[in-house]
Design a binder for this molecule. Structure first.
Ligand code: GLY
Length: 265
């Protein structure tokens, strides 16, 4: 049988003109240069395209300051997509446009209304799913996700997260079976079945890295962590993200990336 051709889609969203009013949990509010943020976001999208993604950018919502952080609104698996119920009430209006975009590609499930869950709290490593319990994601939200994923054979576990917004602020998959983590924020023993590389001292935000097409996208400004990844034989590309980092956004936060069969385009 002929192999099925696939297209890799990256859903992104424009930056809201209200980004200055973004939600914050651990950082002190500092001015965000909207023009610079938009330039950096456009360069990020260009990097995704250069690495093989077809970028589908949704329009920004002027009433949703955090709308650029699409990762929090949905989780896309091979078999289905799960629309989240963000923990910040201000962010709940972000989900419907993303659900509409994803409905072209996946069957949709939804996090039940008795819980909350942000996509940034969900780390998927093969068939293992780790859910960080944070100010945004609670046990009921994690249980709802577990119910949605159980028929597809995923195994879900929860862990504590300290000092950062989301689990993925402190842990990322950088290669099959290899995680990059900030041990000050998550307990490495939670990932006992995985190989782990830790961020260099003082480079905590580097832990939010985006693996795409065999390349690790790493926020610019973390040279020691970059060296550690390169010593592991990984190809690393730096991406400037300083403006959205002021809104507690990292590289994974700004896209939803998944493969679709050509017939589903
Ligand atoms: N500013 C990103 C968030 O708090 O959700």
């Amino acid at each position: 049988m002929a192999p099925v051709a696939t297209t890799r889609v990256a859903i992104t969203r424009g930056i809201s003109p209200a980004i200055a009013d973004c939600e914050l949990t651990h950082l002190t509010r500092t001015p965000i240069d909207l023009d610079a943020a938009r330039r950096q976001h456009a360069a990020y999208e260009a990097t995704l395209a250069a690495l093989g993604c077809r970028v589908e950018r949704l329009e920004a919502d002027p009433a949703a300051p955090d709308c650029v952080f699409v990762e929090d609104t949905a989780l896309v698996f091979e078999e289905l997509a799960v629309i989240t119920r963000p923990g910040a009430v201000s962010r709940r209006r972000e989900t419907p446009p993303v659900a509409t975009a994803l409905a072209r590609y996946r069957r949709l499930e939804h996090i039940a209304a008795d819980g909350t869950l942000d996509g940034g709290d969900v780390l998927v490593a093969g068939r293992r799913v780790f859910v960080g319990l944070t100010a945004r994601t609670d046990e009921a939200g994690a249980a709802s996700l577990a119910r949605a994923l159980d028929p597809a054979g995923y195994t879900l576990s929860t862990l504590a997260v300290d000092g950062v917004l989301h689990l993925k602020s402190a842990a990322s998959v950088v290669a099959p079976g290899l995680l990059l983590i900030d041990p000050e924020c998550v307990d490495p023993t939670a990932f006992a079945d995985f190989d782990v590389v830790t961020v260099a001292p003082g480079e905590g935000p580097a832990a939010n890295a985006l693996r795409l097409a065999g390349t690790v996208l790493l926020s610019a400004g973390f040279p020691a962590t970059r060296r550690k990844l390169e010593e592991r034989g990984l190809a690393v590309r730096s991406v400037e993200n300083a403006e959205l980092a002021k809104a507690e956004g990292g590289l994974t936060c700004c896209s939803l990336i998944f493969d679709v069969a050509e017939s589903a385009r």
